[in-house]
Design a protein around this ligand. Structure first.
Ligand SMILES: [Zn+2]
Ligand SMILES: [Zn+2]
Length: 354
């Protein structure tokens, strides 16, 4: 497993922007405040329809915005819902048009809106060539665009989570992505700390930060007053793929799996020929991985989505087929289950410029 060393325009430690990736100081209490949501900007198959755009998912985690695929029309989908969100990182699963045609336009729009924050763009090998080919369309950008090719198994480190690229089975080089949060420190037991002679105040915080402090009867270690580590959250997004072992591994016990469901069982042969999945296969993957919730996307417009969903739910009941602008909110496990919010992305007041 290779851990990507990013060479941003602004390097680690010399950034003037404290929000920039990897420069934030680690703060164990920060993670417990971190909202996590997944907005579906485009849920359609390869051909956009009046109601469904081509592939794009926006993951918001605290103040960070991570986009997965950027099909045609993605920037209009943003304008119609959350506004022209300044995404920090874009991950492309592969270079079929329905997953990346929206990219040049979005980059250009950022430029015309005087973006000056850097943007990180990730994708499989071939991304450098793609961006070179797109250069005449995009022209010069006034912000720093960092382009990184990823191999299967590569991990992009972040302050308190990792983005893992996993190999999927499409008819071209393609990657899925799994966002895996670090485990969180266990719950702090203030009564036990007081019983051991630690006074409330700075010493409580020091214990929660992993430091040994003085109690009235000697040293007190964090493990004496902290519960077991708590699991972080996980979201996996496959892009286009047949059912595969790598997805099962990457999505193990994930809160949400977003999986290709291009075909219904009657067309399983077509799914194999084209490197896609049936909804039932996606459900089998979800069941084996033990995920909490499965989102079926990329369903061909030839099908009735309700019927495709019914098939899959027989295998994995916690399956849904999001519509464009639906949102899934993912709380920490002790605070509840992932929840689908229909049209949740439209509930935020859109930015109105333009
Ligand atoms: Zn596709
Ligand atoms: Zn494809």
């Amino acid at each position: 497993m290779r851990s990507i060393q990013l060479s941003y325009g602004r390097r680690r430690g010399e950034s003037s922007d404290p929000d920039w990736i990897n420069v934030r100081p680690r703060d164990p209490t920060r993670l417990s405040r971190m909202d996590l949501s997944v907005a579906f900007l485009g849920t359609g198959g390869p051909v956009p329809t009046a109601l469904r755009g081509t592939a794009s998912v926006l993951v918001t985690r605290g103040g960070e915005k991570l986009m997965f695929d950027c099909g045609e029309g993605t920037q209009r989908q943003l304008r119609r819902s959350l506004g022209l969100v300044q995404v920090d990182e874009i991950y492309l699963t592969h270079f079929h048009l329905d997953h990346c045609l929206g990219l040049p336009g979005l980059l250009k729009t950022y430029d015309l809106n005087d973006r000056d924050e850097p943007l990180l763009l990730f994708g499989p090998v071939g991304l450098h060539k793609l961006m070179k080919d797109l250069q005449p369309l995009i022209g010069r950008l006034g912000f720093h665009l960092e382009v990184e090719e990823l191999e299967p198994g590569d991990v992009v480190p972040h302050v308190d989570y990792e983005m893992e690229a996993f190999p999927v089975e499409h008819r071209t080089r393609a990657l899925g992505y799994a966002m895996l949060e670090d485990d969180r420190p266990g719950r702090f037991d203030p009564e036990e700390a007081e019983r051991l002679g630690v006074a409330p105040g700075p010493s409580f915080k020091a214990l929660q930060d992993g430091e040994i402090v003085d109690g009235t009867d000697g040293k007190v270690r964090p493990d004496q007053v902290m519960g077991e580590d708590r699991l972080g959250r996980a979201v996996a997004i496959t892009g286009d793929t047949g059912p595969c072992r790598a997805t099962i591994e990457a999505a193990r016990e994930a809160d949400l799996l977003v999986h290709d469901a291009s075909f219904m069982v009657e067309d399983q042969e077509r799914a194999r020929e084209t490197g896609h999945s049936t909804g039932v296969e996606a459900a089998e993957v979800a069941a084996e991985a033990g995920v909490k919730m499965l989102a079926l996307v990329h369903i061909s417009s030839r099908y009735h989505v309700g019927k495709a969903l019914e098939e899959a739910r027989e295998v994995f009941p916690e399956t849904f087929a999001p519509r464009d602008f639906d949102v899934v909110e993912i709380p920490f496990p002790e605070r509840g289950e992932p929840t689908l919010i229909p049209k949740g992305a439209k509930k935020a007041p859109p930015q109105t410029s333009g």
